[in-house]
Design a protein around this ligand. Structure first.
Ligand code: CP
Ligand code: NVA
Length: 312
């Protein structure tokens, strides 16, 4: 018999609106349970392989700690020490790894590497960031907004800066979670036109940060040069200079607006220290929620065994 296709999480659009809402509510529940010391271990004997083509602090630690807290384990793999770095095809790596572990998290440059991996995997594959999308971060961001302000549906979000992987995932989130997204980026650094066009009712684009933040409930930014763009750093600093989230820009959003940044951040570039370290910033909750949101994601994808301990 052909095994049924596993459920993957390659972009936010792999979740429907009700799954996504339930997931972030569950994430907050898992957070409270952990705070009360009530962690359960449904993943005893489970393992997660984590393939990283790029650096990571939050993604690696949140998945590794999350698997441990659920009773399972995580295996960190980098191309430096695996056959992937010596040219073993991604399809073969997917076939092999997915016969040994219960799920795979993968962070790559090209998004297509993740989709090719998923196409040949027997187990759920989670996108831990590609050049195109960063869906796990959006689960944490949406959980964080909900915890501080309630439902994001119908609210206005401003994304200031590069039309990058975070911007693309915000466009997807606007569709799934039903908020208005105003994107402000410099000329030539717009998000992918096709992705933007997928959410015409929710998203708009401007080159003026002040227009984007007007009446915003949430202001978001990200680095000006993403991983892989290190050689463009100097040029980007000049091109993005007017797109810094400063106290003056925050003052043009709603008085109770929150500030988010997926981190790592560069104070004095995309965000002022007064903003990221100030009272409107929720970046540390946002980072912590990577842990809880991804535990909820793992539950959803892996469908842990019933209380009698039987496997899927
Ligand atoms: N925000 C985020 O994904 O951080 P890392 O690159 O440290 O994983
Ligand atoms: N846009 C950034 C996000 C880092 C978490 C990058 O891709 O480097």
């Amino acid at each position: 018999t052909t095994p049924t296709a596993p459920k993957h999480f390659l972009t936010l659009l792999d979740l429907d609106a009700s799954e996504a809402e339930r997931l972030i509510a569950r994430a907050s529940e898992l957070k409270q349970r952990r705070q009360r010391g009530e962690d359960s271990r449904p993943f005893a004997g489970y393992s997660l392989a984590m393939v990283f083509e790029k650096s990571s602090t939050r993604t690696r630690v949140s998945f590794e700690a999350g698997m441990a807290q659920l009773g399972g384990s995580a295996i960190f793999l980098s191309p430096r020490d695996t056959q992937l770095g010596r040219g073993e095809p991604i399809e073969d790596s997917a076939r092999v790894l997915s016969r040994m572990v219960d799920a795979v998290m993968i962070r790559t440059f090209e998004h297509e590497t993740v989709t090719r991996f998923a196409a040949h995997s027997r187990v759920p594959v989670i996108n831990g960031l590609t050049d195109r999308f960063h869906p796990c971060q959006l689960l944490a961001d949406m959980q964080t907004y909900r915890e501080h302000r309630g439902a994001i549906r119908g609210r206005r979000v401003a994304f200031i800066g590069d039309g990058n992987n975070m911007c693309h995932s915000y466009i997807n989130a606007a569709r799934v979670f039903g908020f208005e997204l105003r994107i402000a980026c410099p000329q030539g650094f717009e998000p992918d036109a096709e992705i933007l066009a997928s959410a015409p009712d929710q998203c708009s684009l401007t080159h003026d940060p002040a227009v984007a933040v007007e009446q915003a409930d949430l202001v978001v930014t990200d680095v000006w040069a993403s991983m892989g763009q290190e050689s463009e750093e100097t040029e980007r600093q000049a091109r993005f200079a007017a797109f810094s989230v400063t106290p003056a820009l925050m003052a043009q959003a709603r008085a109770d607006a929150l500030f988010m940044h997926c981190l790592p951040a560069h104070r004095g570039e995309e965000v002022s220290a007064e903003v990221i370290d100030g009272p409107q910033s929720v970046v540390w909750d946002e980072a912590e929620n990577r842990l809880h949101a991804q535990k909820a994601l793992l539950e959803l994808l892996l469908d842990p065994p019933s209380s009698d301990g039987s496997r899927r």
